[in-house]
Design a protein around this ligand. Structure first.
Ligand SMILES: NC(=O)C1=CN([C@@H]2O[C@H](COP(=O)(O)OP(=O)(O)OC[C@H]3O[C@@H](n4cnc5c(N)ncnc54)[C@H](OP(=O)(O)O)[C@@H]3O)[C@@H](O)[C@H]2O)C=CC1
Ligand SMILES: CC(C)(CO)C(=O)C(=O)O
Length: 305
């Protein structure tokens, strides 16, 4: 299977690396120091599940140099979505699936507008992976799960082929026949986790055990559920309780990629997470005071420094 990775960072480098190591034909798109390191030293992944080193990888900053792909694994930060979507047009054949594993619920709206709905397959990733240094991806813990599926719920050949490729590569993979709900379910949890850990600069353990911050976390997630329902996405009535139970069994030091970004002085995705909840809530007449507080307080850090 021919796979192109748009954005070779935590997500693209980890999953693209695993797929390449399993023998798939993977081309990487990167830029800056990451591009140079990949050209000179190849791609390294450090992981409790097994390190890997691909000494020579096909890598470019110009997707038009690459042959069309069966699947484009799309993994840039949310502020780079529009520009990167335009860049990958030369990679599209008639059946090409573009699967974004970015966070949030806005990404596929943008991809559909730029690439056409027929190319967009929904996806979510559960992993903690980051660029440790140029050319090196560090995976923390053992979670490395992908879920994806056609938006109309159909069982397509392209989705089944990519599922099989991921399974062969040792990735924990599932096909969702309700991918919009799957994406929103991750959004509920992620908006809670990212908003609380980043605005308090504290991992989840202290947040869940303090009654006031625990109640705030619940309210943040409940607001996302109400916005999802207003959108017509049927999130279960007990979903927030389910996520709180998940939080209770997670390691106390668990945190979000946005909290890491704050610590590193990077830009934050808050505008596409809590900020998007506020915008969508306003459009639907759903109050979102907790997400507004998070968005407005983090505004001072949102552009990084
Ligand atoms: N990391 C994780 O564990 C998880 C991340 N996610 C989500 O996945 C998305 C990606 O996150 P993550 O992998 O951490 O991001 P990273 O910043 O690690 O990786 C993105 C990479 O794409 C590169 N890039 C962006 N635009 C271009 C371009 N036009 N040409 C070439 N390269 C480009 C970036 O380069 P540069 O640095 O120069 O900008 C960067 O190297 C986010 O939405 C995130 O929320 C979801 C689940 C888990
Ligand atoms: C919650 C987590 C770690 C799961 O993948 C994530 O997506 C993030 O922090 O961005």
């Amino acid at each position: 299977m021919r796979i192109a990775v748009m954005g070779t960072g935590g997500i693209g480098g980890y999953f693209g690396g695993r797929l390449a190591a399993a023998g798939h034909d993977v081309a990487f798109v990167a830029r800056g120091r990451q591009l140079e390191a990949l050209r000179v030293n190849g791609l390294r992944v450090q992981s409790e599940l097994g390190d890997l080193h691909l000494p020579a990888v096909e890598v470019t900053d110009d997707p038009s140099e690459l042959a069309p792909a069966d699947v484009v694994l799309f993994g840039v930060k949310l502020w780079d979505t529009e520009e990167s979507a335009a860049l990958i047009k030369p990679l599209l054949g008639e059946q090409t699936a573009v699967i974004s594993f970015q966070n949030g619920v806005q990404k596929d709206e943008v991809l559909r507008r730029i690439l056409g709905p027929e190319h967009v397959v929904g996806g979510v990733a559960y992993i903690a992976a980051t660029i440790a240094e140029p050319g090196v991806i560090k995976h923390t813990g053992t979670l490395q799960r992908l879920a994806f599926g056609e938006y109309d719920g159909s069982a397509s050949d392209r989705v089944e082929a990519f599922r099989a490729a991921c399974a062969e590569a040792g990735i924990d993979v599932a096909v969702s026949n309700e991918i919009e709900r799957t994406i929103w379910e991750k959004f509920v949890f992620l908006v809670g986790l990212s908003g609380m850990t980043t605005s308090t600069r504290t991992p989840i353990g202290a947040i869940r055990s303090n009654p006031r911050s625990r109640a705030f976390l619940r309210d943040v997630m409940e607001e996302v559920v109400q916005v999802a329902r207003a959108h017509g996405v049927p999130i279960a009535a007990d979903f927030v309780d389910d996520r709180l139970a998940f939080v209770d069994q997670a390691p106390a030091e668990m945190t979000s990629s946005m909290h890491h970004d704050l610590n590193r002085g990077n830009r934050l995705e808050v505008q596409w997470l809590s900020g998007d909840v506020v915008d969508r809530g306003r459009a639907h007449g759903v109050p979102t005071p907790c997400n507004r507080a998070i968005t407005d307080l983090l505004a001072v850090h949102a552009d990084g420094h």
